[in-house]
Design a protein around this ligand. Structure first.
Ligand code: NAD
Length: 498
């Protein structure tokens, strides 16, 4: 298919499921390796087979990397204005096909159409932001005592492996592709095997956008085969990865002997959400507190790495908060309406396992229940209702492990000191939310939280130039604006006599 309209009608021609091709050297094609196996991908909302994808083997991955290397020779020498023009064109084309991408993303991932639209809009912004960033980029220069002029000279770092997860497929993949191209690098991208549809559609769009062949290549496949071959390739200069912490560790291990490889790892989280009693006093702030805590917990079925799945509430407001929060969630987060299906059967089983544990540990289900075991022959989607748990022990796996679904725990705290201690009591350090009306506390507590992103009385507010990334086991490196430039460029400092 060379147009999105044709791709759309081809995918629609089910029940024969489409077999998604790779996008390599400017062509959409199936891998040539005789050893290629195929992966079935299912629709989370129905459990029906949606498409199949090839699992690219090492030689197919290497071929894509070679094309990216060849393209790097010319792409790295293009002017900023040229690259900016290409990115702008991609963002405009995405805008033109916004609804098509949103519909397939929603079908493929399980999220609501409304949520998918938000994410396509953010993917559009990824391209438009970096298309202008590179036109206004500044370089630091200093005169040293009239003796020498020094300045930073940056050049594109090379060919990148861009690997993304299944929770926000198009948005997270483009969050990597856009800066990679903007800074003059070329890419071999690999989406999650659970949600490859939007990456396929993006390949069709890039073809239409007239991007030079080989600048972006998209290979489909699983982590242990395709992802691992990509990361290990000696022709890859860097890896920008978003996904789980265990995979981040595997990537670090696999590249430990290749110091020159740039690594950016955006990993998992178990984010705290601190509710202070002052935020529950006045009706307006009370409403805001409940609303923000609920969206941070249940937006996209809790399948956002930044979701606040551990809520801690100051003891004096605890019972009021639990009651009102539960009523609000029951009203606003309705399965099949405002809450989608979870991404895969495997993920359904994982979340279900945690809810069984909650029942075994005698947690109180304020909302939700252990979802049914699905009979393989009668699956009608992977639906898990929003679940609110209280009376969960601090050391329970429910409080320490990333569940990554529509499940939240609520626990009380006595004072500010305990709130900070509880928030930081985690191997992760990705994000946190503070809900308080006390201005001094916002800074006092905010500056002690061990998290790369702290939101006060808001959640998910982002400007693409701000640093994005986690502390502790939530990752290394930051992305966004200048921080993405650090990922995708190498810097040398030049000293010239004055
Ligand atoms: P995952 O780590 O299982 O997979 C992510 C990607 O890595 C997939 O494309 C997968 O095929 C690939 N992969 C797996 N093993 C690999 C290997 N050995 N080498 C190379 N690639 C490999 O994660 P997931 O289950 O797809 O996504 C959920 C996780 O992603 C959660 O932990 C979530 O918090 C995290 N996440 C983090 C952020 C962030 O910005 N920090 C954003 C979204 C999701």
């Amino acid at each position: 298919c060379d147009t999105l309209e044709k791709a759309n009608s081809l995918i629609h021609s089910r029940p024969t499921p489409i077999c998604l091709p790779n996008y390599v050297a400017g062509e959409l094609r199936l891998p040539s390796s005789a050893a290629t196996t195929f992966i079935d991908s299912f629709e989370p909302k129905t459990g029906a087979l949606l498409c199949r994808l090839p699992c690219a083997q090492q030689d197919d991955v290497e071929e894509a990397v070679r094309h990216a290397r060849t393209a790097f020779q010319t792409w790295s020498k293009t002017t900023r204005a040229e690259r900016s023009g290409h990115l702008r064109r991609v963002s405009e084309l995405l805008q033109d096909h916004r609804e098509l991408f949103a519909v397939w993303e929603s079908i493929d991932q399980g999220k609501t159409l409304e949520r998918a639209r938000i994410e396509v809009d953010r993917a559009i912004s990824n391209f438009s932001y970096f298309s202008t960033y590179i036109l206004h980029e500044q370089t630091a220069a200093r005169m040293i005592d009239g003796v020498a002029l020094t300045y930073e000279h940056r050049s594109p770092a090379g060919v990148f492996a861009l690997i993304s997860p299944w929770n926000m497929p198009l948005y997270l993949l483009t969050w990597k592709i856009a800066p990679c191209l903007a800074f003059g690098c070329t890419a071999v991208a690999k989406p999650s095997e659970v949600t490859s549809m939007s990456a396929y559609l993006l390949g069709v769009l890039l073809l239409k956008a007239g991007l030079p062949a080989g600048v972006v290549n998209i290979v489909l496949g699983d982590g242990p085969t395709t992802g691992a071959a990509l990361v290990a390739s000696p022709l890859i200069d860097g890896v920008s990865f978003t996904g789980g912490t265990p995979t981040g560790i595997a990537i670090r291990r696999a590249t430990a002997h290749q110091i020159r490889k740039h690594l950016s790892l955006e990993l998992g989280g178990k984010n705290p959400n601190l509710v202070f009693a002052d935020s529950m006093m006045a009706p307006a702030t009370r409403e805001r507190t409940i609303r923000i805590a609920a969206s941070a917990a249940f937006e996209n079925q809790g399948e956002i790495c930044l979701c606040g799945s551990r809520i801690y509430v100051e003891r004096t407001a605890y019972e009021d908060f639990v009651r009102e929060f539960t009523e609000y969630v029951a009203r606003k987060y309705v399965l099949r309406e405002t809450v989608g299906a979870v991404a895969s059967l495997q993920h359904y089983h994982k979340i279900r396992g945690y809810l069984e544990l909650a029942a075994e540990e005698k947690a109180t289900f304020r909302l939700g229940a252990v979802p049914p075991l699905l009979d393989k022959n009668e699956i009608q989607g992977y639906w898990i209702a929003p679940t609110i748990l209280t009376d969960v022990a601090r050391e329970s796996a429910l409080q320490t492990n990333e569940i990554f679904g529509p499940v939240v725990t609520i626990s009380p705290f006595e004072d500010e000191e305990e709130a900070v201690r509880l928030a930081n009591e985690s191997e992760y350090g990705l994000a946190a939310v503070l809900l308080t009306t006390d201005g001094a506390r916002m800074r006092r507590v905010g500056e002690q939280i061990e998290a790369g992103l702290v939101w006060v009385n808001c959640w998910l507010v982002r400007e693409l130039g701000t640093p994005f990334g986690g502390m502790k086991n939530s990752g290394t490196g930051r992305e966004g604006g200048d921080y993405s430039r650090d990922v995708f460029t190498v810097v040398r400092t030049l000293h010239l006599p004055a």
